[in-house]
Structure formats: structure tokens, C-alpha cells
Design a binder for this molecule. Structure first.
Ligand SMILES: C[S@@+](CC[C@H](N)C(=O)[O-])C[C@H]1O[C@@H](n2cnc3c(N)ncnc32)[C@H](O)[C@@H]1O
Length: 315
């Protein structure tokens, strides 16, 4: 059935980019047969066929976004052509719900539970189909929430989900390494399940970009595979055919945040397989550029609260 669906998907995919699954991976041989039994393939097929993917993805596609080589030179999860096709956008959620033990919602909830700020502007980097982004908007309905991703197809799926849930979220095509947003535009920057799919140099660039984007006192949160567990259980790295997962496991999100200038960095286990790492942009990071206010006004209030970001200048 999945093969048949992929065939139909390919026939409907004018770009010829539809998902193709590797045939000799652990995923393909052992796990996908189980997942296939659980997936509503007929529902997926109907959804896939109901969308004009090229037209809808064109609404998001931005000419100035440069697609990095690491992103198109590898297969993710044994999936050829990575995320730049409608097949990836359609199949991502049905598969992901079975690969985040003990339960996808519980794992994603960990990032929401770790939020220490009262965010007015939230940026979710590498948002994919928006599962975490939607939860962030539900947790902070008054906040302006933006989900950014390199794949316009994933953004199409994310927008459909937000519309179904009645949530007002902005979706933006972009590279998390260099988002184009002005400095200090956000109170909270998140990423979920992104860093195990990016080379560590890219992850570190994304952490530095998060630092630039945050106001003083703002928080960065990274939810991803547990680096300690992945180091101990080498076989886990083979399961999902992730090209950069070993390099990710060998690294330290804590250290990356510290090197970028974040303070109060701490990592918590999330059901042993995952982790959430939090960092706060120190108040002092901007006090250096701060123009002192008159003696009777409260500088402390200014720097502890969230200065109004220059969001209107967003390109
Ligand atoms: C494993 S998915 C995670 C999606 C989502 N955050 C989640 O929790 O389900 C990784 C996503 O990151 C995106 N991505 C990878 N590198 C990126 C980059 N440099 N900038 C923006 N998005 C990126 C991919 O297109 C994909 O949608």
C-alpha cells in the first residue's frame, strides 16, 4: 500500500520529487512494516490528492533562501530527496507519532513545560509540519508565533494543521542559520527534533542565530535526542538512518549554548530517549549597548522585562 501510495504521489508530483523510501534500511525492514499497519493510508492518499502542492508551496517559497548542501546531499530516515517534496510533508506526522516514546505529545510537552519566560514573540526554527509550533501557540495564545522551515512543503502541511485547529500562526520559508529577522526580535526561540538532522557546525550556527534574535532575558529551548543515551546505545543511531546523528550524539547542546553566550544552561532528560536544553540570554549581553535612562526611571524594569523588539522592520 505504501509503495502504491508513493507511486500515486509521484504521478501527482509535477516536480518528480515524491518521497522514495530506501529498501535495505533497518527502518524499511523492521519498523515500517509495523507502522504501515497503523497508518490510515487511504486518509493520507485523499489528503495528498486534495492539495495542489506546487501552487500552495509557491505561496511560501522565497527566492532569497539558499538551500544548504547538507540538506539536499543526504537522505533522512532512509527517505530519498529529504524534505523538499510533498511526500515528506504528508508522511512525516503519521510516522513521527510512533517514534517518540512513550508518546509524541508528552515528549513535545516537555519543551512547553520548560518555558520560563512570558513570551510575546516566539520563533520555532525548523518547525516542519508545525506540531510543536501549534502547542506553543496553544500555550501562549496572545503571543505572536512564527514557524520557520527550509521546506515550503512542510509549511503547507503546517498551515493546514493550524487552520484546522483555528490557530493564527505565521509560517516562513527560511534558513535557521540566517533567518533575516532583526536582532532582539523574539522572547523565546525553540527548535524541536532539528539538531540530530544538522551537522554540529550548523547546529552551533543556529544556536548563535538564536542568541542574536533573542531579547536580553529571552530563552532558547532545544528539544532533541538525548545525547548521553545515544552515545551509550550505539545501535539506536542505526535505526532511523539519520546521516548526522552520530556527530550530534558526540556533541553537547549545553556546550554549544555556553559557547554562544547563553547563561543558566541546563539539560533535562525527557523520557530517557530525548532531552530538552534551556539557555537564557544574559541581561548583561545588551546592557553593554544600553543607553542609561534618566535617574528616576527603572533601568532594572527595562532590562528584566522584554524590550519591544523592532519587529516592524522584519523583511
Ligand atoms: C525532523 S524535522 C522536525 C520538525 C519539527 N520541528 C518537529 O518537531 O516535528 C526537521 C525539520 O527541520 C527542517 N530543517 C533542517 N535544516 C533546517 C535549517 N537550516 N533551517 C530551517 N529548517 C531546517 C527540515 O526541513 C525539517 O522540516
Amino acid at each position: 500500500m505504501v509503495e502504491e501510495w508513493i507511486k500515486i504521489c509521484k504521478e501527482n508530483d509535477s516536480g518528480g520529487n515524491c518521497m522514495a523510501v530506501g529498501e535495505d534500511t533497518i527502518w524499511e525492514r523492521f519498523l515500517s512494516p509495523v507502522v504501515r499497519l497503523l497508518i490510515d493510508e487511504e486518509g493520507l492518499r485523499r489528503y495528498a490528492e486534495s492539495v495542489d502542492w506546487e501552487k500552495e508551496s509557491d505561496r511560501f517559497r522565497r527566492g532569497d533562501v539558499v538551500i544548504p548542501t547538507y540538506y539536499i546531499s543526504q537522505n533522512f530516515h532512509g527517505i530519498k530527496d529529504g524534505y523538499l517534496n510533498s511526500g515528506a510533508a504528508v508522511t512525516y506526522d503519521p510516522i513521527t507519532q510512533y517514534v517518540l516514546p512513550p508518546n509524541e505529545t508528552l515528549v513535545r510537552q516537555a519543551i512547553v513545560a520548560a518555558i520560563k519566560v512570558q513570551p510575546r514573540r516566539i520563533l520555532d526554527l525548523g518547525c516542519g509540519t508545525g506540531s510543536t509550533t501549534l502547542m506553543l501557540k496553544q500555550a501562549f495564545p496572545q503571543a505572536e508565533v512564527i514557524g520557520l522551515d527550509l521546506s515550503p512543503y512542510m509549511l503547507v502541511r503546517a498551515e493546514h494543521k493550524a487552520q484546522s485547529a483555528g490557530l493564527d500562526i505565521n509560517w516562513r520559508h527560511g534558513n535557521a542559520e540566517q533567518t533575516g529577522f532583526p536582532d532582539t526580535s523574539f522572547d523565546l526561540v525553540t527548535t524541536s527534533l532539528l539538531f540530530h538532522e544538522t551537522p554540529p557546525t550548523v547546529s552551533q550556527a543556529i544556536v548563535r542565530e538564536s542568541f542574536r534574535l533573542l531579547v536580553a532575558g529571552g530563552q532558547v529551548l532545544v528539544l532533541d535526542g538525548n545525547q548521553n543515551t545515544l552515545r551509550q546505545l550505539e545501535w539506536l543511531n542505526d535505526i532511523f538512518q539519520e546521516p548526522y546523528i552520530r556527530e550530534y550524539a558526540a556533541g553537547s547542546v549545553d556546550a554549544w549554548m555556553g559557547a554562544a553566550g547563553f547563561g543558566a544552561v541546563q539539560t533535562q532528560d525527557v523520557w530517557w530517549i530525548n532531552q530538552v536544553t534551556s539557555g537564557i540570554k544574559p541581561i548583561l549581553a545588551t546592557v553593554r549597548h544600553y543607553t542609561p535612562a534618566p535617574i528616576d526611571s527603572t533601568i532594572e524594569d527595562d532590562v528584566q522585562g522584554f524590550p519591544s523588539p523592532a519587529f516592524d522592520t522584519m523583511p
